[in-house]
Ligand binder design. Structure first.
Ligand SMILES: NC(=O)c1ccc[n+]([C@@H]2O[C@H](COP(=O)([O-])OP(=O)(O)OC[C@H]3O[C@@H](n4cnc5c(N)ncnc54)[C@H](O)[C@@H]3O)[C@@H](O)[C@H]2O)c1
Length: 253
């Protein structure tokens, strides 16, 4: 089996497939033969699903548990199996997300609902389907920002992603007996629509890149390759893990 056939006959639910990392993961899974269903607030990106493997796409809000449940039920009725769950959707409310000492609490709740509770929504609908198929794998996209403090705090974002990381470990232990693995990818600074400020200001991007040992910002493709590895059977003994994909930033003293 070539690298590009390794997901054929399997099916995946990918959140955040409307842009950035989720889109890259959805495309790469489809290119590897997987039947992908993407879910995002945004409209279907141009070109998604025009390769050999069609991609289903649901436009919806992950904070709406019923909508998530319908999308996963529909996927299951079409494919009869759910092998993979990728939680890549997320929000970072630049400027408004700040110290817990002063953050607007409605904003805190919003970030928790999108970044953390939506992962509960996808997991509670995906897990029974994975069990029905005898196993599966999940990857949740967190961030290196939940592994450290920041003098310019984004406390809701950081805490929500720490919650995702803890949830992943708990699920890994709970579900190991069902053959379901759960892992986290922690991206460093990555060029995506979320970070359009770096596309608009190349000098600011260069300043961030300079701080990264490998000398560049990450790309959605970098994160996708890590996610696909963790989903794949090549990672069959890896669960409850955190994979940092940051060009070496977190290895700095
Ligand atoms: N870009 C970075 O530098 C970076 C670094 C570390 C972690 N991350 C994380 O990686 C993940 C992917 O981020 P990205 O950089 O690709 O960002 P992105 O903004 O390009 O993609 C995130 C997607 O999530 C979708 N989304 C947001 N709220 C939603 C909701 N309520 N329901 C459905 N869809 C919703 C958005 O529409 C968007 O398409 C996020 O969880 C983000 O927090 C990003």
């Amino acid at each position: 089996m070539t690298r590009f056939e390794r997901f054929s006959g399997r099916s995946a639910f990918v959140t955040g497939a409307g842009g950035g990392m989720g889109l890259s993961i959805a495309r790469d899974l489809a290119d590897a033969g997987c039947a992908v269903t993407g879910f995002d607030l945004k409209a279907r990106p141009d070109g998604l699903g025009e390769g050999d493997t069609p991609v289903a796409y649901v436009r919806g809000d992950l904070t709406d548990e019923a909508a998530v449940g319908r999308a996963i039920d529909d996927l299951f009725s079409r494919h009869g199996r759910l092998d993979y769950l990728v939680n890549a959707a997320g929000i970072l409310l630049f400027g408004k997300d700040r110290s817990a000492a002063e953050i607007d609490l409605a904003l805190w709740d919003r970030v928790m609902a999108v970044n953390l509770k939506s992962v509960v929504h996808t997991c509670r609908h995906a897990i029974p389907r994975m069990r029905q198929g005898g196993g599966g794998a999940m990857v949740h996209i967190a961030t290196i920002q939940c592994l450290r403090g920041d003098p310019a705090p984004q406390d809701a974002y950081q805490a929500s992603k720490a919650g995702v990381t803890a949830l992943s470990k708990s699920l890994a232990v709970q579900l190991a007996g069902d053959g379901i693995r759960s892992n986290v990818v922690h991206p460093g600074p990555t060029l995506s629509p979320m970070q359009r400020r770096w596309q608009e200001d190349p000098r600011a991007a260069a300043r961030v890149a300079e701080q990264i040992p490998l000398g560049r910002l990450g790309t959605p493709a970098d994160i996708s390759r890590a996610a696909l590895f963790l989903l794949s059977d090549e990672a069959s003994f890896i669960t409850g893990a955190e994979l940092i994909v940051d060009g070496g930033l977190m290895a700095l003293p």
